[in-house]
Design a protein around this ligand. Structure first.
Ligand code: KIV
Length: 272
């Protein structure tokens, strides 16, 4: 079944939505084949793929390249691409142009925007570009937030988050990602909205979940408290790299079956 923003919205209250980050063709193909509903080309690419300390230096070109490779792998998954820092904050024209490129050149089906950018969400949805909102911990605002901290812990902060969520939905957001908020607040927001919520560090009551794949597969070095490790891919890679190095150094690789031969290799004796 093809996942679309419509099937995403229809899933609310019926089935949990499964989303993972993806940044390249090979990994995205496996996720798509495993039935993951949506692939998020997250700007966490800056951290996990490029080794930056935060997402602020991720460019539109970084996102375009990653998104196009993920989109080529997505036969059934919905591809949602993050709008990187400053790509949707300067002017409406620039926002439309950048988001348009993520769909036209990057092959995304929708974009995700961090924060309460209702005018932008309205302009984009009117243009035919579906938008996923993102509230709670919004990593592009790390310096304003004073670090990567749980958000919405006071009544005032929780009320603001609920108001922002309603405003984004009213502006046309087809879904809302909630990052690092108390589970009870995410549950309240989820009940208040008609569109599905996708949680990361936001408890069980969200309509779906997303994780950074390197975190849930045991590759990231110190994942956050909300991450469950579903696999030991890091260990599997280490063991494969070590075995390859050993076999190469010991002259055991390549073996005969890994080599090309001709029917008569003595042919090459004639080379001068
Ligand atoms: O960039 C990202 O990976 C995100 C997370 C919330 C999943 O936005």
């Amino acid at each position: 079944m093809k996942n679309t923003v419509t099937t995403f919205q229809e899933a609310k209250g019926r089935e949990k939505l499964v989303m993972l980050t993806a940044y390249d063709y090979s990994t995205a193909r496996i996720m798509d084949e495993c039935g993951v509903n949506a692939l998020l080309v997250g700007d966490s690419l800056g951290n996990v793929m490029l080794g930056h300390p935060n997402t602020l230096s991720v460019t539109l070109d970084d996102m375009l390249r990653a998104c196009a490779s993920v989109a080529r792998a997505a036969n059934s998954a919905l591809v949602v691409c993050d709008m990187p820092f400053m790509s949707c904050h300067v002017s409406k024209q620039q926002t439309l142009r950048n988001a348009g490129r993520l769909l036209a050149e990057g092959g995304a089906h929708a974009v995700k925007i961090e924060g309460r950018y209702c005018h932008e969400v309205r302009a984009l949805t009117r243009t035919g570009i579906p938008v996923m909102g993102h509230l709670g911990l919004t990593p592009q605002s790390v310096h304003t937030l004073g670090g990567y901290k749980v958000q919405g812990k006071t009544l005032a902060a929780a009320q603001k988050l609920l108001d922002d969520a309603r405003a984004l939905q009213d502006s046309g957001a087809f879904s809302l990602l909630l990052e690092c908020v108390p589970a009870a607040l995410a549950a309240r927001v989820t009940r208040a909205l008609a569109v599905p919520t996708i949680g990361i560090g936001a408890g069980l009551q969200c309509d779906g979940q997303v994780l950074v794949w390197q975190d849930m597969c045991g590759i990231s070095q110190s994942p956050a408290k909300f991450v469950k490790k579903f696999g030991e891919v890091g260990l599997a890679l280490r063991s494969a790299f070590t075995a390859y190095a050993e076999d190469t150094r010991n002259g055991l690789f390549p073996a005969g079956e890994h080599c090309y031969a001709t029917t008569d290799d003595t042919l090459f004796d004639a080379l001068v």
